[in-house]
Design a protein around this ligand. Structure first.
Ligand code: C2E
Ligand code: CA
Ligand code: CA
Length: 789
């Protein structure tokens, strides 16, 4: 018993002892009145019952001693209640102990001395009153166990003495019971005191932590941009702070009792919140749009509070305004997933959506992927500048979207995205995706041909479309995209402005293209390039006044490859620069070897004009060949004037300065305009074959050819018609005043020996050196390859 007390007493830290004692004292003080009243009633009962049977003086003495002790106790208690004595608890404890002794002795004396002289009935009454007094003392003084011990033990002692004087066995038994019960009561008092201390210590800690929490929360509420909120069992706001109300833009009063979810805009965010709360789940940074027109976003965190596992009593949490953060994040998200120029989904979102659709589709979904490329878009950029190009792309994207919208695809899913540059993708998924895809492609090709006016320019570029189907052509995303890409490539190859569905053979075609590009890298070194010549004919005299150098590639396994196949590859890979150099050197040395003063025309690709090596190579080739520059003509296309036009025109001027001539090739294709004739003093205009073939049948072709020839004549430029195949065309051109022609009517592109047969034994001084070098390098290569083989 003692050790337990020791443990509990020491559980109170020294600095709290006084505080704990004060709490014990005041706990007793609170029931002093009941204790005193009970004691006095007991005393009064005894006095009244024994009145006449026992000496009145003793009765009066007993009663007044009880009254005085009770009043003393009340006085002590009153002093404590008024806070007069709280500072000296140990003195108060002693005062209560002394008062308890006083009360105890008063009763003890009564029991000890009166009992033997009373009638048996009064004895019983007195004994019962004594026991009652002992029990009530133990109960009412239980927080002051020493006082209780004194009070109980003195009374028990008095009663024991009184009973002992009776001398009966039953009295002795009563003594035994009394002592045991008293001992128990005293122990109970100590236990009660310890329990009380444990409780008040717990309360104290709880209060302290509650204070700390409140303090922190207040600070949090006042300083941060966050607000606490509390909901009752029904999910209604309660204890709405002024700051919270202000943030929401309403009064605390009007928010009090409002259903929490209704603060937020209706929609999936709000539904998710309601569900989570209904299921008693915690919320962690759930971001929701606030109801109302302000486009505010709040982040809500919190958790339900419970009394017990089943008994949810409400919800507490914290809200922060994340509007700017949310808007910034959604802007970033938008930027990462949507194309800034057209507002369409970008490649990333396209990839993601396509992946999702293919995942979902498993076995049964059909999906058509359309890859769409704007034909000749680059020339729009080159000719009108990037702002117009951008506006054109925007208009195109709008037209594509509108066409997809109006295409009557019904419930099928579709997504239009811009993959970059002038490339767009359309996903059509759902039943009959294949049919829908094809119909859509046809429709798109039609509508894209209708001209649109962009910044004052009338543009109509048309589109090429490649289609691949899932799961028919491919089940995996990468494969499907690559298949559609091959189909698109095929559509472009088929002359653009058309669509192609992927076919397994395209795969092979693409591989072939890759292989061809690989082989082309070695074509010059391996001596596989051949220079063919096509005569240029003077209309008046019908004499061959010169030749155009037209390149061929004698591929080791594929035979003669035409320039339309490999020149685009060479341009894409930059190989056109070394190839072009080879053509320039070869053509000039070849022409220098001719007996006559016939001219040589050499095609220059725009890529070559960008090369800083071009002028040195030409100067070098002119010098080595010793040819008269006036016999040399370079053919460029209109695109040279669109792209980098100032630098290119500077290069053309340098060439002019060298004394060579410049011809404008393929005039009338692309963005041809008569204005081009004014941008540079061309020596010759080559009218494209497409106009010549239409001469006999198309009025517009005749008109264009007539206009070009007359303008060129006025500007002092020579005109040459390409692709003249029959006499009628020649006659018509002659009529229009065209000075030169080129075409199968006079001769196809043939190896140079065809037009310039090598005369055995003739020396060709001018060509020997460069030709030998070229042949030597080619044969060295052949030799080393053989050696390796
Ligand atoms: P181009 O400069 O317009 O060359 C004329 C093309 O028309 C040649 O095709 C020629 O064979 C063809 N042709 C000539 N007369 C007729 C005719 O009466 N009827 C028909 N149907 N066609 C005719 P080729 O040789 O296949 O050359 C195609 C293109 O390849 C050339 O078009 C030129 O742009 C390019 N090219 C050829 N050689 C070179 C070169 O050395 N360097 C560069 N950069 N490009 C070249
Ligand atoms: Ca040409
Ligand atoms: Ca041409």
């Amino acid at each position: 018993m003692v050790s337990k007390h020791a443990v509990l007493r020491t559980a109170v830290p020294a600095e709290l002892r006084e505080w704990a004692d004060n709490r014990l004292i005041s706990a007793h003080t609170r029931i002093v009145k009941s204790m005193v009243l009970g004691g006095m009633l007991n005393a009064a009962l005894i006095v009244v019952s024994l009145f006449g049977e026992y000496s009145s003086i003793h009765l009066a003495l007993f009663f007044f001693s009880m009254l005085a002790a009770s009043l003393h106790r009340l006085w002590l208690a009153e002093g404590i209640a008024r806070g007069r004595r709280q500072r000296r608890p140990e003195k108060m404890l002693v005062a209560y102990q002394l008062n308890s002794l006083w009360l105890g002795l008063t009763f003890a004396g009564t029991m000890a001395f009166w009992l033997p002289d009373l009638s048996p009935g009064s004895q019983i009454l007195l004994a019962i009153c004594g026991v009652t007094q002992i029990a009530s003392a133990a109960y009412t003084v239980r927080t002051l166990p020493r006082s209780a011990t004194i009070y109980v033990s003195t009374q028990a002692l008095g009663l024991t003495v009184g009973l002992a004087t009776l001398g009966s066995w039953s009295a002795l038994a009563a003594i035994a019971v009394l002592l045991a019960a008293s001992g128990l009561l005293i122990r109970m008092a100590f236990v009660a005191r310890d329990l009380f201390i444990t409780r008040i210590m717990g309360d104290r800690e709880l209060a302290a932590s509650a204070r700390t929490v409140r303090l922190l929360l207040n600070e949090y509420e006042e300083s941060g941009s966050n607000w606490l909120f509390e909901l009752d069992r029904q999910g209604q706001l309660t204890g709405v702070s002024a700051r919270f109300a202000e943030a929401f833009g309403a009064s605390s009063k009007s928010l009090e009792g409002r259903q929490f979810e209704t603060l937020f805009e209706q929609g999936h965010h709000r539904e998710a919140l309601s569900t989570a709360m209904a299921q008693g789940r915690a919320l962690r940074d759930d971001v929701l749009p606030l109801a109302g027109p302000n486009n505010c976003w709040w982040s809500v965190s919190g958790r339900p509070c419970y009394h017990s596992v089943e008994d949810k009593i409400g919800f507490r949490g914290v809200i922060s305004d994340v509007t700017s953060q949310y808007l910034a994040e959604s802007r970033v998200h938008h930027m990462a997933h949507y194309d800034a120029l057209t507002g369409l989904p970008n490649r990333a979102l396209f990839n993601q959506s396509l992946g999702d659709l293919l995942d979902e589709s498993a076995d049964d979904t059909n999906l058509a992927l359309l890859l769409l490329d704007v034909d000749h878009f680059k020339s729009v950029n080159d000719m009108f500048g990037h702002p117009t190009g951008d506006a054109f792309l925007r208009a195109i994207s709008e037209r594509i979207s509108a066409t997809v919208e109006d295409s009557g695809l019904g419930g099928t899913h579709r997504l239009v995205s811009r993959l970059g540059g002038d490339e767009f993708a359309i996903i059509v998924s759902g039943d009959s995706a294949c049919d829908h895809g094809v119909r859509l492609a046809e429709r798109l090709i039609q509508v894209m041909l209708e001209p649109m006016v962009i910044e004052g320019h009338e543009l109509a570029n048309g589109v090429s479309i490649g289609i691949a189907l899932a799961p028919y052509h491919a089940e995996l995303k990468q494969q499907l995209v690559s298949n559609a890409d091959m189909a698109l490539y095929a559509a472009k190859n088929a002359g653009r402005g058309t669509w192609e569905m992927f076919e397994p053979g395209m795969d092979a075609a693409l591989h072939e293209r890759h292989a061809l590009t690989r082989d082309l890298r070695h074509a010059v070194a391996r001596g596989e390039l051949r220079m063919f010549l096509q005569p240029l004919v003077d209309v008046a005299s019908e004499a061959m006044t010169g030749y155009e150098a037209l390149l061929r590639w004698e591929h080791p396994t594929q035979g003669m490859v035409m320039p339309d196949t490999f020149i685009p590859l060479a341009e894409e890979t930059g190989l056109i620069v070394p190839i072009g150099e080879w053509v320039i050197r070869t053509a000039l040395s070849e022409a220098a070897s001719w007996d006559s003063a016939q001219t040589i025309a050499i095609n220059l690709s725009p890529v070559q004009l960008d090369s800083p090596n071009l002028l040195p190579v030409i100067i070098n080739a002119l010098a080595i060949s010793g040819i008269d520059p006036a016999r040399v003509e370079f053919e460029i296309t209109e695109s040279v004037l669109l792209h980098n036009s100032e630098t290119n025109i500077a290069v053309l001027n340098r060439l002019h300065d060298l004394g060579v001539k410049i011809a404008l090739d393929d005039f009338g294709t692309g963005y041809a305009s008569l204005n081009y004739l004014l941008t540079f003093p061309f020596d010759k205009i080559k009218i494209d074959r497409s106009f010549i073939s239409g001469l006999s049948s198309r009025e517009d072709s005749r008109a264009i050819v007539g206009a070009v020839i007359s303008l060129a004549n006025q500007l002092g430029m020579c005109t040459l018609a390409e692709g003249v195949e029959d006499a009628a065309q020649l006659a018509s051109l002659r009529e229009h005043g065209c000075q030169m022609v080129q075409g199968w009517l006079f001769g196809k592109a043939e190896p140079s020996q065809h037009y310039h047969p090598v005369v055995p034994g003739a020396t060709k001084t001018a060509v020997v050196a460069p030709l030998r070098r070229a042949r030597k390098s080619a044969s060295t290569q052949t030799y080393s390859r053989r050696a390796q083989g």
